[in-house]
Design a protein around this ligand. Structure first.
Ligand SMILES: NC(=O)C1=CN([C@@H]2O[C@H](COP(=O)(O)OP(=O)(O)OC[C@H]3O[C@@H](n4cnc5c(N)ncnc54)[C@H](O)[C@@H]3O)[C@@H](O)[C@H]2O)C=CC1
Ligand SMILES: O=C(O)C(=O)COP(=O)(O)O
Length: 386
């Protein structure tokens, strides 16, 4: 758009040699405002920085740290509107982004601004954009998406000489289509294997950062559910499961839907044929008359760790294992995520020398390594970095 490539190409093919008509504008030194700093928006930011642009972004949900890491300032919508030379849209179409660029928004923009929309047509009020183009507020627009696709053959916007259009080609590369196919296949096989389906539309949305932080607790949650239910004699009579999450963080910072679903999975699967996942967990529990209640308690600890411990209690039951039950008929199990990342033991033959590998998250100090070496039962000892 900035160099009028599409228009100049059509002009030359029509037999014209219009060098002065198609003088463009440079990108270097210009301010680009990215609205919607998600997967696409942040990649656009990286590339625009490479082209020498000053990049700002507006996204009410984006993390300032992630933006800073790419060298992008997160700004208000107002600042994005009023300071940008180029505005590129990368938000989803939702009731709150519908017609986000309307007459009022265009009125705030710098005269001569250029608009790029490869997100969804509905985020721009298309009639307002035509008015802004005619008024010279918007110098040019490049549009890959339209409110109605395909747009009407006589669409003023599509036919406008300062507008460059493509028929929704954003994701249309050989590589991207293959990438999408692989991603879908992996997501489906993962979901069928019972892994967390992060991109399922009918499951609660758990952002990737939260998911990676919670992953060990998700495993713990399922195991605690499985452990607790196996201590109950004749699992059928379970009516109430109480989960307590103890954390040093503010209770509102902990999204427990995933953990609750995994505890429910752990409790129900050993006593039934049902396959429980993030989508059907609450429904399945209700259907079986099991009430899962939750409590979050704040305790001293490290705010770096999302949870200090998880406790699962099954009430009014009889235990197979009397010491696992207290007088009030409660089976209680509690678990923590420890720092050792793995431990594996093997041996040459029964009663012969054994070998143990322990994975740790941080390099042990010299003093710790010396102490380990001094333990009499340890014959040989080596510290390796993988
Ligand atoms: N033209 C095409 O062929 C393609 C179009 N798309 C579209 O591009 C858009 C972005 O896709 P992704 O980056 O994958 O999505 P994403 O979900 O990773 O990012 C969207 C971002 O928009 C932000 N957002 C939500 N409401 C907002 C608001 N009111 N103001 C500013 N930001 C807001 C979200 O916080 C999120 O960070 C989507 O609309 C998608 O459908 C994506 C791929 C190809
Ligand atoms: O992934 C998106 O959001 C797109 O708009 C791509 O659309 P397509 O899969 O090329 O029809």
């Amino acid at each position: 758009m900035a160099r009028n490539v599409a228009q100049a190409d059509a002009s030359l093919k029509a037999g014209k040699w219009a060098r002065t008509k198609y003088v463009g504008v440079s990108l270097v030194g210009k301010t680009l405002a990215i609205l919607g700093f998600g997967k696409v928006g942040s990649e656009v930011a990286r590339r625009a920085k490479g082209l020498g642009m000053h990049v700002i972004a507006h996204d009410p949900y984006a993390s300032a740290d992630r933006a800073r890491a790419i060298g992008v300032d997160l700004v208000s919508m107002e600042e994005a509107m009023t300071t940008a030379d180029f505005i590129s849209l990368h938000m989803p179409l939702t009731p709150s982004t519908n017609k986000m660029l309307n007459d009022e928004a265009f009125a705030k923009m710098k005269k001569g601004v250029r608009i790029i929309n490869v997100a969804r047509g509905g985020v721009i009020d298309e009639d307002a954009l035509v008015r802004a183009l005619d008024a010279g507020i918007v110098a040019q627009a490049a549009l890959d998406v339209f409110t109605k696709e395909p747009p009407a053959a006589d669409s003023k916007l599509v036919l406008h000489e300062n507008v460059t259009v493509t028929p929704h080609l954003g994701a249309s590369t050989v590589e991207a289509q293959e990438g999408v196919a692989i991603e879908i296949a992996e997501a489906v096989t993962g979901a069928l294997k019972g892994e967390l389906a992060a991109s399922a539309v009918n499951a609660p949305m758990v952002p990737a950062e939260v998911l990676s932080e919670l992953a060990p607790y998700v495993m713990l949650a399922e195991k605690l559910g499985r452990l607790a239910v196996q201590l109950v004699a004749g699992g059928g009579g379970i009516k109430s499961v109480k989960v307590t999450y103890a954390s040093a963080r503010a209770p509102d910072d902990l999204d427990t839907r995933l953990l609750r679903a995994m505890i429910t999975k752990g409790v129900i699967e050993p006593i039934s044929d049902v396959f429980v996942n993030l989508v059907n967990a609450d429904f399945t529990a209700k259907q079986r008359g099991i009430r899962v209640s939750e409590e979050k308690i704040v305790m001293d600890g490290s705010p770096e760790t999302p949870l200090e411990y998880i406790q699962v209690q099954i009430a009014n039951v009889e235990s197979k294992f009397p010491s696992a039950i207290c007088d009030s008929g409660l089976v209680t199990v509690e678990g923590r995520v420890k720092d050792v990342s793995f431990m594996s033991v093997g041996r040459i033959a029964p009663r012969k020398t054994a070998i143990m590998a322990i994975g740790v998250d941080e390099e042990p100090s010299k003093a710790t390594l010396t102490k380990i070496g001094e333990i009499p039962a340890i014959e040989e000892f080596v510290f390796l970095k993988l």
